[in-house]
Design a binder for this molecule. Structure first.
Ligand code: GMT
Length: 377
């Protein structure tokens, strides 16, 4: 199949997922065309059947806001026409679903029927999309997509709750390539971070309010009082300066390190003992799944779709939003002795295997085949 994938090229979960999906489909022999404004961060190296089409948005003095959506729709039409594309798969509704609708209409005038799949990822529904600034367009373009998928049951329910749509939504869970993340930790790297056998605690996110990174720091402080630990904060975003300033001024925060954005999560995660994700909402929590695949137990909240991924008392523990005391108590339960920790580590891996890439990709392929068949009949 010739598949065009539209996504955000950044470190956000939706872009990571879309890129990994394209890469594995390409490995299976499909031709994959990424249409984005920058090379996706997880798309490195040369692949004979992966193509990257950059959306250029020329500036003009009249444009206070360069019209990205128009440029994107035009790029979609161009790629479909010149690369015999069979379907368009757009990740994150805003503005990808409405740009795809526009491209579909233009192509229909040229007697080409291009199926559009929109995959909802989370904030496109729960935070940004439901705002009345965007909701009429998001509602319309979801209705007009040929297939709508969501990355968890929770996100499917949130979509029905927040938008007046009746269209069926298929849940296809996010996935992880377990083989890639389940690496042996590099001892020298571990020693460098934790020279005195301290525990290594990791958090990775885009440092937005919804991630509650300050709760990561507070939970860590409580853990560190009982078990000497190091905290690695991975990623970057609007909340980072304030949190970094706080950690510089606090006495028991000297073992917190900000690593910034990192591409090779599969090299860092295996040295971790615990992953913290105290978010106010996660439609899924791909970062937690990647940690589990690296055999790292997860302490998270029970918000959104997290209970569909993290199993209480098995792959880790969940607490109510903001309950840092409970999160630290649970962390200490896991870290308190070697046997318990080892049990949680292997259980985290066992849970991650349920979301292994090889179980999930056939669901997308099946959906693509059905759509293409419908389009030609
Ligand atoms: O978490 C973010 O703010 C980034 C966002 C994105 O769309 O890039 O992530 C969302 O999609 C991920 C992949 O499907 C999910 O794992 C995240 O849970 C979801 N984030 C939220 O719902 C807040």
């Amino acid at each position: 199949m010739n598949i065009a994938i539209v996504c955000y090229p950044t470190f956000g979960g939706s872009g990571v997922l879309a890129t990994e999906l394209g890469k594995v489909l390409a490995e299976k022999g499909h031709n994959i065309h990424f249409i984005t404004y920058q090379q996706p961060v997880r798309l490195s190296g040369f692949h004979t059947n992966i193509f990257y089409h950059e959306v250029r948005v020329p500036t003009y003095p009249l444009f206070d806001f360069p019209p990205y959506e128009t440029a994107l729709a035009s790029a979609m039409v161009d790629v479909v026409n010149n690369h015999q594309i069979d379907l368009l798969h757009v990740h994150y509704a805003i503005p990808h679903a409405s740009a795809a609708y526009m491209a579909k209409q233009i192509l229909a005038k040229q007697h080409k029927h291009i199926p559009v799949i929109t995959t909802l990822h989370g904030t496109d529904i729960t935070l940004v999309g439901k705002d009345k600034t965007y909701s009429p367009v998001v509602t319309f373009s979801m209705e007009e997509s040929d297939v709508l998928t969501a990355v968890s049951n929770n996100l499917k329910e949130e979509t029905y709750k927040n938008f007046g749509i009746e269209k069926p939504i298929e849940v296809i869970y996010n996935f992880v390539d377990v083989k890639r993340f389940n690496k042996k930790p590099v001892d020298a790297f571990r020693k460098l971070i934790a020279p005195n056998h301290e525990k290594i605690i990791v958090h990775a996110s885009n440092f937005r309010k919804v991630k509650r990174v300050m709760d990561v720091v507070r939970t860590y402080q409580l853990i560190n009082k009982e078990i000497p630990s190091k905290l690695l904060l991975i990623g970057d975003g609007p909340e980072r300066p304030e949190i970094e300033a706080f950690t510089r001024s606090c006495k028991d925060c000297q073992d917190i390190k900000f690593l910034g954005k990192q591409e090779q999560m599969e090299d860092i995660l295996p040295i971790a003992d615990l992953f913290l994700l105290p978010s106010e909402y996660e439609s899924f929590g791909l970062a937690a799944l990647e940690a589990m695949a690296a055999e790292v137990p997860v302490i998270s909240t029970n918000a959104g779709g997290l209970p569909e991924i993290n199993v209480q008392g098995f792959s880790g523990y969940m607490s109510n939003i903001g309950d840092v005391e409970d999160m630290s108590r649970n962390a200490l339960k896991i870290l308190s002795d070697k046997e318990t920790h080892a049990k949680f580590k292997s259980q985290a891996l066992e849970q991650a295997k349920k979301f292994d890439i090889h179980h999930i990709i056939p669901q997308y392929e099946h959906m693509y085949h059905q759509l293409i068949q419908l389009a030609v009949s």
